[in-house]
Design a protein around this ligand. Structure first.
Ligand code: AHR
Length: 491
């Protein structure tokens, strides 16, 4: 039998802005995230613009990617920017990710060109791990300064005008691959390094401190207490991992318990943000410092036959639901969460895009990001849902996940995900403060929980027109198919 849920959309009580930077992407020098995925080099037979593949850039442009975080991740804390500029670039070993060679073919100039091609802003992650404050300061000067010998060197290397660096990460995961620091030491290092990240006159660089892993509340407390006055944002990393660390579950071969466990783990993001935010509220009640959930998404075992250090995983309808759950949770916390970055953009973990040689597919996760585009810089409209449950025991959760916004043109958009893979759920939504005359929508679903887009069948999971919603006596009534993401526009 079908499930029945009720909800109230509080359009009369608008909330915070859903910051477009919540749709930030993360591109690390890891596996085929950069090399092969984004970059093929100027001489490649794969159509490219100055080395970046046209198909991938084109697909990402359609998403309107606001910001890209680069070059890591763990890679950032052993990256030396000088090795990625000019004509002579040393070939290094990527010690974190598979021990393969890193040609340094993509460096600062190439990354900034990618930002131009995508129309995205740069979020540069600096090296606190094995770099010096001086190296970091010089990188910032090289990128942003209008004058001086570093600016001249930049011009000599092909870019006279300074670049904008709106976001700068003060290291990454300083509790782990960024230096295995204690929070007290990391907070002091953050203060010290951040001191030397200086924006030229009339420009601004927002500094983001390396934040906690999952539920390390002591980390958040120490960082915000000791380093708040030196930074603008604090990060948080939380991956959805069915099973325990290291990730062993298959991205594609799972039963319903693997589905329920994964979605329930994704839902944990709500509790984590609530608790980290409460600590931030203690020290920063005015919410000057934003929370940047700059690594999230599913992490499974690598696909069979791939280098385990490359974190290459397929992406199914289950991942689409994970993405919708996160994007809905961020709406609830839009007053504090101003940035988030799914990991990662291409070919790594929960990717938007997978490539194989010259071929490319858009994943189910890509399509969720596409559906949520109206959320960018829209006003959050709180939505309370009373939903039947789904799952059992440890892995139980409300079956319906939701968020809603009003865009600048005044159109309200409602996103609803039905996490139950077995039965439809009908939701009756009272519309407080909206008199909608018409509703139209799209749905993302498939026959199987593990449906995916592969190179042979790239369009198996794709949004389709949706006719399961109607306005009835002033309320919005929607029948959500099992395992679906539904996106509605109210006019
Ligand atoms: O996204 C993969 C890795 O996960 C990142 O490099 C690191 O920051 C995190 O541990």
């Amino acid at each position: 039998a079908e499930g029945a849920a009720t909800a109230t959309l509080h359009a009369d009580k608008p909330g915070a802005t859903y910051d477009r930077r919540i749709f930030t992407q993360f591109a690390e020098h890891l596996g085929n995230g950069i090399y092969g995925g984004l970059w093929v080099g100027k001489g490649s037979k794969i159509p490219n613009t100055r080395g970046f593949r046209n198909d991938v850039v084109g697909a990402l442009k359609e998403l309107g990617v606001p910001v890209v975080r680069w070059p890591g991740g763990c890679f950032a804390d052993e990256y030396h920017w000088r090795e990625g500029i000019g004509a002579n670039r040393p070939v290094k070993i990527n010690t974190h990710w598979g021990g393969v060679t890193e040609p340094n073919a993509v460096g600062t100039h190439e990354f900034m060109d990618l930002m131009d091609q995508l129309g995205s802003e740069a979020y540069i992650a600096g090296n606190v791990g094995n770099g010096t404050p001086r190296e970091m300061a010089e990188w910032v000067e090289y990128m942003t300064s209008p004058a001086g010998s570093l600016a001249e060197e930049r011009a000599k290397n092909g870019h006279k005008a300074p670049w904008a660096v709106p976001y700068f990460g003060v290291g990454n995961e300083l509790w782990g691959c960024g230096g295995n620091m204690r929070p007290e030491f990391a907070a002091d290092e953050t203060r010290r390094y951040a001191t030397f990240i200086k924006a030229p006159k009339d420009t601004k660089i927002l500094k983001i401190a390396s934040g906690a892993n999952v539920d390390d509340y002591k980390w958040t407390e120490t960082m915000i207490r000791e380093a708040a006055d030196q930074v603008d944002g604090l990060s948080l990393h939380y991956y959805t991992i069915p099973g325990s660390w290291p990730p062993r579950a298959s991205a594609t071969q799972f039963d319903e318990s693997g589905w329920a466990e994964t979605l329930s783990e994704a839902n944990r993001m709500d509790d984590l943000i609530t608790k980290h935010s409460a600590i931030m509220d203690k020290y920063d009640p005015k919410k000057r410092i934003f929370l940047a959930v700059d690594e999230w998404g599913t992490w499974y075992a690598g696909d069979p036959g791939t280098n385990p250090g490359f974190l290459r995983q397929q992406n199914t309808l289950r991942d689409a639901l994970v993405a919708a759950i996160h994007l809905n949770i961020f709406a609830k916390h839009a007053d504090r969460v101003k940035m988030s970055a799914i990991a990662q953009m291409v070919n790594v973990l929960q990717a938007m895009i997978l490539t194989d040689g010259a071929k490319m597919v858009k994943t189910p996760t890509y399509w969720v990001f596409d559906l949520y585009k109206p959320w960018m810089d829209a006003t959050v409209l709180p939505i309370d849902v009373q939903s039947p449950g789904y799952g059992a025991g440890k892995w139980s959760m409300p079956a319906v996940s939701a968020s809603a916004v009003r865009d600048k043109a005044g159109v309200a958009h409602v996103a609803l995900a039905n996490l139950d893979p077995n039965r439809a759920n009908t939701v009756r939504i009272a519309l407080d403060g909206i008199t909608a005359a018409t509703v139209s929508g799209k749905v993302l679903t498939a026959g199987a929980m593990n449906a995916l887009n592969d190179f042979g069948a790239p369009d198996a999971v794709k949004p389709a027109a949706f006719d399961g919603a109607r306005i009835d006596g002033g309320a919005l009534v929607v029948t959500l198919p099992a395992k679906s993401v539904v996106m509605l526009d109210l006019k």
